[in-house]
Design a binder for this molecule. Structure first.
Ligand code: GLV
Length: 309
């Protein structure tokens, strides 16, 4: 089998090459410039593929996202008509949960103030707020969202979750639909976005939503940049309605130098690093998908292109 990595931003490094070699030494995984004959390529591994590049491989059987999300691939208007697969990594979901928990505690225990106080050499104890007094809400109960919600619930945070359709999740109060979202926003001290990016969720985090959040509430945005209307967030934080936000994903990545978020005292910026699927898992799941596609059997972790996840 032969595959190609198609990405505007990633190169095949040693970690990925050796993960694929360890999984199956007979597989060739190449960068586009290393491919002699595009007709020999069976599968593509992709992350933000430049538009129109994937269609250059006429015998492609499957396209695998290197990530949990596939919006980066479905955005190509010239996408070949082959199955698209996402990575499903339990370790990645646990890493996401830990990353989110850190941000929840940052807000709950006012580390923003402690950092300012240290800078000014001020010794002042802030009121201690308990987990049970901090209601958290997770938007999106997919693999990332469910694990994150359950880990937060396990730590004693009253936890709400918003899902597309009603379901049960131990320890988590699940709400759905427009009415469910209203309930959740009215009660949550921390709103955590882990939704997939689809036509329905694009721009969901806007001024209208922030206005329905509790005064002093906090946003943790770990989904995709286009979920958020950036200027609306700035307005909500600058007016004092929201206490602040932690942002890992942005409309434009890398976040451009000089962007207001970089220096905003109530906004924490991280470079889309919350959690990645491991290279070993990417190798195993990509090759399983490619083998299934070649054999004509059911492809594991295929996405519904209409739903977008
Ligand atoms: C990272 O953003 C992912 O979707 O895995």
């Amino acid at each position: 089998m032969k595959g190609v990595l198609v990405s505007a931003t990633l190169k095949l490094d040693e970690v990925f090459r050796s993960a694929f070699a360890a999984e199956d030494a007979s597989v060739e995984l190449l960068m586009p410039e290393e491919v002699d004959d595009p007709a020999t390529i069976d599968f593509a591994l992709a992350w933000r593929p430049p538009q129109g590049v994937l269609k250059r491989y006429p015998n492609l059987k499957v396209i695998c996202s290197i990530a949990a999300g596939v919006d980066n691939i479905l955005a190509d208007p010239e996408l070949p008509d082959v199955p698209v697969v996402r990575m499903v990594d339990p370790e990645q979901a646990e890493a996401m949960a830990l990353f989110v928990i850190w941000h929840v505690i940052w807000y709950q225990r006012r580390f923003d103030l402690y950092l300012e106080q240290q800078e000014a050499q001020v010794w002042r104890r802030q009121p201690q707020r308990s987990a049970t007094d901090t209601t958290v809400a997770v938007l999106g109960l997919g693999r990332m969202g469910s694990v994150t919600a359950q880990r937060l619930a396990g730590l004693g945070y009253p936890t709400l979750g918003w899902a597309r359709s009603p379901r049960t999740l131990e320890g988590v109060e699940v709400v759905s639909g427009g009415e469910g979202l209203e309930t959740l926003l009215a009660r949550a001290d921390v709103v955590i976005n882990l939704l997939p990016l689809t036509a329905e969720t694009r721009g969901l985090l806007d001024g209208a939503l922030f206005a329905r959040m509790k005064p002093g509430a906090y946003l943790i945005q770990m989904g995709r940049g286009p979920h958020l209307v950036e200027r609306d967030l700035l307005a909500a934080v600058d007016s004092g309605h929201l206490a602040g936000a932690s942002l890992d994903v942005f409309e434009q990545e890398p976040l451009p130098p000089g962007h207001t978020f970089w220096t905003h005292p109530r906004i924490l910026v991280t470079p889309h690093c919350a959690s990645d699927a491991t290279a070993d898992l990417v190798a195993v799941q990509t090759l399983a998908a490619a083998r299934a596609a070649l054999a004509g059997t059911e492809i594991p972790n295929g996405v519904n292109k209409t739903d977008g996840y």
